[in-house]
Design a protein around this ligand. Structure first.
Ligand SMILES: [Zn+2]
Length: 206
């Protein structure tokens, strides 16, 4: 890849296949800068405290008011582990130790790759970050988890796969099942009991 930073002066892009490439890209017709579009990496964590795990109720759209694992887009300059730790700190106010990679879920249709880590809270403290309405510990048993109020399919896959371990050691990371990819996010923008304020932000998927 000859260039990775956008040139703010570039305005006139044409769709063409660059030399030594095999698919169309947006190429600046003046300086030749190539706008590569690649999948985005989302990092999150199953955060454990004893027999409980930490979930956040989203204060951002889409899926405002639904429960999610703390997570978000990996930033440039971060390792995935650092990114997961940062997201847990920002959204759930908890300091965690990352233990191991729990799963890699890819959603090619929207160009997302999720890396989910197993993590443990270093202290019992947590707090509501600006992107959360509520942060809570849930018992690690299926009947106590808010399945119907989860924000995204990937939250369901994560909790399903994590619970399937039943406390045993993880041998290798879970991956997306073919059936999982048939699941579609509900078009509901917010939880029926949590209407967002009118002047809400655009939100970020996580
Ligand atoms: Zn240019």
């Amino acid at each position: 890849m000859p260039n990775s930073q956008p040139n703010p002066a570039c305005r006139n892009f044409v769709l063409r296949t660059p030399d030594d490439d095999n698919r169309d890209r947006l190429v600046c017709s003046e300086c030749g800068w190539i706008h590569y579009e690649n999948p985005r990496i989302i990092v999150s964590a199953v955060v454990r405290h004893g027999d409980q795990l930490l979930l956040c109720r989203r204060a951002i759209r889409p899926r405002y008011g639904f429960w999610t694992l703390p997570g978000g887009f990996l930033e440039i300059g971060e390792t995935p582990e650092d990114g997961a730790r940062r997201e847990v700190s920002e959204e759930a106010g908890a300091d965690v130790q990352i233990r191991q990679l729990l799963s890699i879920y890819s959603v090619p249709r929207i160009g997302h790759v999720h890396l989910v880590y197993l993590a443990d809270m270093i202290t019992p403290d947590f707090a509501c970050g600006t992107e959360s309405l509520e942060v809570r510990l849930f018992d690690q048993v299926s009947s106590r988890l808010p399945w119907d109020d989860l924000a995204f399919p990937v939250n369901q896959w994560t909790l399903r796969d994590y619970l399937s371990l039943q406390g045993s050691e993880l041998q290798q990371p879970f991956t997306t099942r073919p059936d999982d990819l048939r699941q579609r996010i509900s078009p509901v923008e917010h939880h029926p009991e949590f209407p967002p304020p009118c002047a809400g932000s655009g939100g970020r998927a996580s």
